[in-house]
Design a protein. Structure first.
Length: 68
């Protein structure tokens, strides 16, 4: 198993990898994200998955990167 593969499967969530970013706590986007998560009672992971899915659709990434 390669080191990249083992890095993905180690830790608390085998078979998963971390996808995220760092924001200044005062950044209005970060604050809006936290408020949205709290008001909708959805996890950050769930909201990020939805946002990424919408970005892929917006840029038609599946077709552009040969996945469709």
């Amino acid at each position: 198993m390669s080191s990249a593969s083992s890095a993905r499967s180690s830790g608390k969530r085998p078979g998963k990898y971390h996808l995220g970013a760092y924001f200044d706590p005062a950044d209005p986007t970060a604050e809006a994200f936290r408020v949205l998560a709290a008001r909708t009672r959805r996890s950050h992971q769930d909201l990020l998955a939805e946002a990424i899915s919408e970005l892929v659709a917006k840029y038609d990434a599946d077709r552009q990167f040969g996945r469709a």
